[in-house]
Design a protein around this ligand. Structure first.
Ligand code: AHR
Length: 344
């Protein structure tokens, strides 16, 4: 009996040791140079390692290049990698999540060292993130996130670097409540359906106005973060809701499209309709100075330096937090003019 208890104790100890070893391991299966070479950094949880090297091959599969925010993001990545003498594999998915998945797969086949991915939509790109992990290539999510029930930071990808989109929606709502005295008939122009900024900016805004009985969302429709789609959607919604007196657009481009639609319909943006949006691009700051746009919550697109620093810290074996949140400013009539020169 005593011998049986002794044996059972040993079996338990061995099982616990094996489990502990599995938890702390990193994989370096497949992949190219990413896992090999000299001292390799890597977080716990089975993430691929990244060797410390003089130069890296970085994959940046961009979502689309149809607005100033995206162009500024790409420019920042190109500038940073070239400054460091790193090789950049850049692609443009032209607004197609399927193409972006294929672009990630092509980077995996090319055995890049690391992937900096802005996932166009939350669900389809989660699979591609997992494929990169399987191939031994660490992934950093830039600006947009993936569905957290499908892939997680510290397990499937290293970390998310970007803005707090829920907070952006909340800041836009708080400004609008103050500006309208808590009474507004709102049209909400949504970002790309299935994209994390669209989901989170909607949540942040709608949660923030929940307790305000005078703040009514008349309609919410997808404008795909695109200026002309924003204009078209606003044109249609304006016909259905002539009592609109406020617009919340998930990005500046759609707000600028909405301003055009309002003017075409004989309305006065900034006077009989109050607009608030997100990004802080140059055209938006100019619209604030012109009195047509009320405010814009900044969403900083300049990711290059932070992405490179975090990649190097990871290669050096430092612990990377699962979320690295960019600090963002807020632009309104009080500061738009002085920020135009530095805007994109
Ligand atoms: O993911 C960030 C959003 O994507 C920006 O607000 C928008 O302009 C871009 O297309």
């Amino acid at each position: 009996m005593q011998r049986a208890r002794f044996l059972a104790g040993w079996v338990l100890l061995v099982v616990a040791m094996v489990a502990l070893a599995a938890c702390g391991s990193t994989t370096d299966s497949g992949g190219g140079d990413g896992a090999g070479g000299q001292a390799a950094g890597g977080a716990a949880g089975g993430l691929p390692k990244l060797a410390q090297k003089d130069s890296y091959t970085v994959c940046f599969p961009q979502t689309e290049e149809n607005n100033p925010w995206r162009l500024a993001q790409t420019a920042s990545i190109k500038e940073e990698t070239s400054k460091r003498g790193w090789k950049l594999v850049y692609t443009n998915a032209a607004g197609s999540a399927a193409k972006q998945v294929a672009d990630v797969q092509s980077c995996i086949a090319q055995k890049v060292d690391v992937i900096w991915l802005p996932p166009r939509e939350e669900k389809p790109l989660a699979t591609a993130v997992k494929q990169a992990k399987q191939a031994g290539i660490p992934v950093f999510l830039l600006d947009r996130n993936v569905d957290q029930s499908l892939a997680k930071a510290g397990e499937d990808y290293v970390a998310f670097i970007g803005s707090d989109f829920v907070e952006e929606g909340k800041r836009a709502a708080e400004w609008l409540v103050k500006e309208t005295g808590g009474k507004a008939n709102i049209i909400q122009l949504l970002g790309t359906s299935g994209a994390s900024p669209a989901n989170d900016r909607r949540k942040g805004f709608e949660d923030a106005i929940k307790g305000q009985s005078g703040m009514k969302v008349l309609a919410s429709q997808d404008g795909d973060f695109n200026r002309d789609k924003g204009r078209q959607v606003m044109e249609t919604l304006l016909r259905a809701h002539p009592d609109v007196d406020a617009v919340y657009a998930h990005n500046d481009e759609m707000a600028i499209g909405a301003i055009a639609a309002l003017k075409a319909a004989g309305r006065k943006p900034g006077q009989d309709v109050t607009l608030v949006s997100i990004d802080g691009e140059r055209a938006a700051l100019e619209a604030i100075v012109d009195g047509e746009l009320g405010a814009s919550v900044e969403c900083n697109p300049r990711f290059g330096p932070k992405a490179a620093e975090t990649t190097l810290a990871y290669a050096a074996g430092q612990t990377i937090p699962p979320k690295i949140i960019n600090p963002d400013q807020f632009f309104d009539a009080s500061n738009a003019k002085e920020n135009i020169a530095a805007a994109y």
